[in-house]
Design a protein around this ligand. Structure first.
Ligand code: HSE
Length: 431
């Protein structure tokens, strides 16, 4: 049986998972595609660490160029992550006539334009199923299964680490720092968790989802980004009393002729489908005009889950190679009704607001007076405690308001002498 040769750059957690699956499911995969799939070479700068897979040591190399320059290798899987040298490896491999599989969402979000253009120039494809939601087949579903649809919005819980932290805080009544410690102990959070907890990883994934749904390869700068690191246990608990829960949502939404992309903690009703997505799970909720509202749910990280997606890309490319034809699988057609990208200032949302105010007559009147000057209407208000000398939490839900107006009103409120801490405002989404 003719064989397709795969080169794997990066023999870490996902890389070794891919090798394991290609070994253990080799016969199944060969039967499915009618071609053998062989791992011909693996490169990694660290060849000493133990991996949970047995391989012939002769196929290992420290130098990725041994893979890129090997004329017998058909498919290169880039699994090292980061921007450099991953980008150079992919560009080099494309020029050498190889198809690419990558799980590298940061690289695609930041340099996708150049990489996809180069793939097209070279008559090759870049597949990236593992870049969003690990083993959840969201990329293929958007590209193929939903090809005839137009989309109006996407709501994604696409960062398992943040979702784990929020779930821990909510279920175990613990602080952000305690939850982060637990995430690190369980191996979910990196030593430096910035990309995850500050919403940047979610934004990378949102750039990719937005490209597939709306045909716009937006820049990361076009995404408003706010992570979970400033969410307090107090707000989670007050929200619970209102039958709401906090999720870090990556949202891309069409509104008339504009498209907005944002990542931020969001309050959703407990009955919302995304409310039950707990722990490290991911979920992507897509509104499409033909297939309706769809929810893609499952583990968004993990060795075999991510490797399952990489292997599916390798199998797809094997089928393409077998068919002997180049078909660009990224036939992105921009949604022409989108004329501009909107800024966060323009969104209309309901908000949860917490103020720390002195407990004395006239305080609420002052606050509501300022809100009303900006056309903001209060839906509910509760004072949480009673203290004579210190500030007390005042929790408000406000009716739909323009973000810009709310920000301006809160700036004025925060400067009042009756207000003792910076206000907290969390956007809300409906069920
Ligand atoms: N760091 C990511 C997360 C997993 O926490 O979801 C890989 O995309």
């Amino acid at each position: 049986m003719k064989k397709i040769n795969v080169g794997i750059i990066g023999f870490g957690n996902v890389g070794s998972g891919v090798v394991k699956i290609l070994q253990e499911r080799n016969s199944l995969l060969s039967q499915k595609v009618g071609l053998g799939i062989q791992v011909k070479r693996i490169s990694d700068i660290d060849l000493l660490s133990k991996r949970n897979v047995r391989i012939d040591k002769n196929i290992l190399t420290k130098d990725a160029l041994d893979i890129i320059n090997d004329p017998q290798i058909d498919i290169v899987a880039e699994l090292i992550g980061g921007i450099h040298p991953a980008k150079e490896y992919i560009l080099g491999a494309l020029k050498k006539g190889k198809n690419i599989v990558t799980a590298n969402k940061a690289l695609l979000a930041l340099h996708g334009k150049e990489l996809f253009a180069s793939a097209s120039d070279c008559g090759k494809n870049i597949y990236f199923e593992a870049s969003v939601g690990a083993g959840i087949p969201i990329i293929k579903s958007l590209k193929e299964g939903l090809v005839a649809n137009r989309f109006s919005n996407i709501y994604g819980i696409v960062n398992g680490t943040s979702n784990f932290i929020l779930s821990q805080m909510s279920n175990n009544n613990c602080s952000f720092n305690e939850a982060l410690k637990e995430a690190k102990a369980k191996g979910f959070a990196e030593k430096d968790p910035t990309l995850d907890i500050e919403g940047i990883d979610s934004a990378h994934k949102l750039v990719i989802l937005t490209y597939l749904c709306f045909g716009k390869l937006i820049s990361l700068d076009d995404v408003y980004i706010e992570g979970v690191s400033r969410i307090s246990l107090a707000d989670i608990n007050y929200a619970k009393e209102l039958n709401l829960c906090v999720k870090l949502l990556a949202i891309a939404k069409k509104d008339g002729d504009s498209l907005g992309a944002r990542v931020h903690p969001t309050l959703i009703p407990n009955e919302h489908m995304l409310a039950s997505v707990d722990e490290v799970n991911n979920a992507i909720y897509v509104s499409s005009d033909l297939a309706g509202n769809l929810l893609f749910y499952g583990p968004g990280a993990g060795q075999l889950s991510a490797a399952s997606a990489v292997v599916s890309d390798i199998v797809d490319l094997t089928n393409d190679i077998k068919a002997g034809l180049f078909r660009s699988t990224l036939n992105i057609i921009p949604d022409k009704s989108i004329k501009r990208l909107s800024k966060i200032d323009e969104i209309q949302s309901r908000y949860y607001i917490r103020l720390m105010a002195l407990d004395k007559p006239g305080v609420l009147a002052k606050i509501s007076g300022i809100l009303s000057k900006f056309g903001i209407s209060i839906a509910s208000v509760t004072q949480k405690e009673r203290r004579k000398t210190q500030s007390v939490p005042i929790v408000m839900i406000i009716h739909e308001a323009k973000e810009k107006n709310l920000r301006e009103a809160l700036q004025i409120i925060d400067r009042l002498d009756i207000i003792k801490e910076k206000s907290v405002a969390i956007r809300m989404e409906k069920a």
